[in-house]
Design a protein around this ligand. Structure first.
Ligand code: PBE
Length: 268
């Protein structure tokens, strides 16, 4: 009943995503640092997490998930981050583009474009929302590029298109990265002449692929905190092209109707 603690109401479960995601590592650390020994982090996927969120919100049930911004769920539902006074989820997080060593020499056009590519969370949100509303990711990316020709032209200005050179991108099926990777694929293919393969993999293989040169680039590296372990392992084997987006965030997220404010409150 409603007299039960929040933890009891949600069965002491935090609804997580794929085990390779940095947010899962951060959440295990939060469980430790905030002394939440009763709590379990449930593994799944981004899609399973949003499906559970949708179901529980419809039923007005309490729920706590691993969440991040940019994400369409914040425009679709009334949600809030739990305060994180210990800063387990970091502070000024960014999304970086990483490339394999040698891409700059081998494919200067793709490299220059990837190096310039930087956009805002609102811009990414437009593609994410279109996909969430039922558009195919590649169609949503095309529609965005076509209606933001000024932005696309800044990124590709004076670059010399190639003639069907193959290019491989890697990404994880997180909604934010589905949006960015489809946009990169569209521009590299339709504006710069590449034949692009976008490999959907787990976070570990996403980094490993770029580090061992099987993959040319990824626009899905969340730093400095979320993928810190991957960066520490591979930093000498990759080329970090810097942020493609700043001001991103991860944390524990609940519906606004839930009467919990801070991760510390989960202990009660
Ligand atoms: N995320 C979305 C990823 C990065 C992008 C926050 C779920 C993670 O590794 O946690």
């Amino acid at each position: 009943g409603s007299a039960d603690s929040f933890g009891k109401q949600v069965n002491y479960e935090i609804i997580g995503i794929d085990p390779g995601a940095g947010i899962m590592k951060a959440t295990n650390k939060a469980i430790e640092e905030y002394g939440l020994s009763d709590w379990k982090l449930i593994e799944g996927s981004g899609a399973a997490m949003t499906a559970t969120l949708a179901k529980d919100i419809k039923a007005k049930k309490p729920i706590v998930i691993t969440g991040w911004t940019p994400h369409w769920m914040f425009s679709k539902y009334d949600l809030k981050y739990l305060d994180d006074p210990k800063k387990v989820y970091g502070e000024a997080e960014e999304i970086h583009t990483i490339a394999r060593k040698g891409l700059e020499q081998d494919e200067p056009t793709a490299y220059a474009f990837l190096d310039r590519f930087e956009w805002s969370s609102d811009e990414m949100g437009e593609i994410m929302t279109a996909i969430q509303d039922g558009k195919k990711p590649e169609e949503a990316a095309k529609a965005w590029a076509d209606s933001h020709a000024d932005r696309v032209n800044e990124w590709i200005k004076d670059l010399k298109p190639v003639n069907g050179n193959p290019l491989k991108l890697s990404y994880v099926a997180w909604d934010s990265e589905i949006a960015s990777t489809n946009l990169l694929q569209y521009i590299l293919q339709e504006k710069l002449g590449y034949k692009v393969t976008a490999l959907q993999v787990e976070a570990g293989p996403m980094w490993t692929g770029v580090a061992n040169g099987d993959v040319d680039a990824s626009a899905a590296a969340w730093l400095p905190l979320t993928h810190a372990d991957y960066l520490a392992k591979f930093k000498d084997q990759i080329d970090d092209l810097g942020a493609n987006m700043t001001g991103v965030k991860t944390g524990l997220v609940v519906p606004s109707y839930v009467d919990v404010k801070s991760i510390e409150d989960l202990k009660k």
